[in-house]
Design a protein around this ligand. Sequence first.
Ligand code: NAP
Length: 289
Amino acid sequence: MINTKTPVSVLGLGLMGHALAETLLTAGHPTTVWNRTASKADRLVEAGATLADSAEAAVKASQLVIICVTDPAAVRAVLDQLDGALDDTVLINLTSGPSSAATEFADWAEQHGPDFLDGAILASPEMIGTADTTIVYSGSRAAFDRNAETLGRLGVATHVGDDHRQAALLEMAGLGLMWGALNGYLHGAALIRAAGVDAATFAPLAAATLRAVADWLPGYAKQIDDGEFPPLDGTLDTHLAAMHHLLAESETLGLNLELPRYVTSVAERGAAEDKGQQGYAVLIDQFGG
Ligand code: NAP
């Protein structure tokens, strides 16, 4: 039987690239792979992937090409190995990096011919291919639409704009949120551990708190976009009073005070601007932009 699934080449077979290639292969796509260290392709080749002996050969093997390596410098190192026009190719970069890198690679694509999409994977390798994975793409809408079915095999594929920078910007915003939440969790775990309670006791409560906070976000987003901040979950003053409790508790338990001090100082600056009776989202001004 003829395989009508879109052939795909995947360049970069680290944890993430390997998961991408494996998912496409399992879904029945003819899959060509290349990695600087060729041995990382062994399992994929055993499962039916074709190993290209150069980045150039991998790119020439398929019209849809995905690159996922460590960082923009590694992408540059791979692009430098490519020679010749790539007019019929759709090149997708799923390597993390700042939006300036997306612009740089879009410019490269402009000179070398391929349609270019920059993407950001909002998931870990073991989640690839599941409905819990979101991958955002920005750049050529037509190239995205032509390949939406294939990209949908990797996770929920969302085109977020024609401007190449948008996927990277969303990724950076998401990462900042993730580390803010994780640092908050680690501070909380340290706090209860200092009082002799194990971290496992805190985990379900922490998850419930994150879910509740997640539900506030659409309301906050509307306020930020509208520039009006009536209190939703509580006034800034109410939040600030509770922050002082957290600071005092952390001090009593001998914890590192950087995080509660930082959180409190942001809110205090807002209150000093006479915003204490407004909602928490009024603090958006403290973050610039
Ligand atoms: P990784 O396991 O460390 O793999 C890095 C890959 O980059 C390897 O294939 C490596 O080749 C290749 N590479 C590095 N420098 C290179 C160069 N100069 N020339 C050619 N290839 C080079 O990293 P990963 O977890 O797969 O992550 C890949 C990208 O996905 C990163 O940008 C990461 O931020 C992003 N991402 C990862 C996750 C995650 O949970 N892992 C989640 C979201 C996004 P060798 O095998 O030869 O060293």
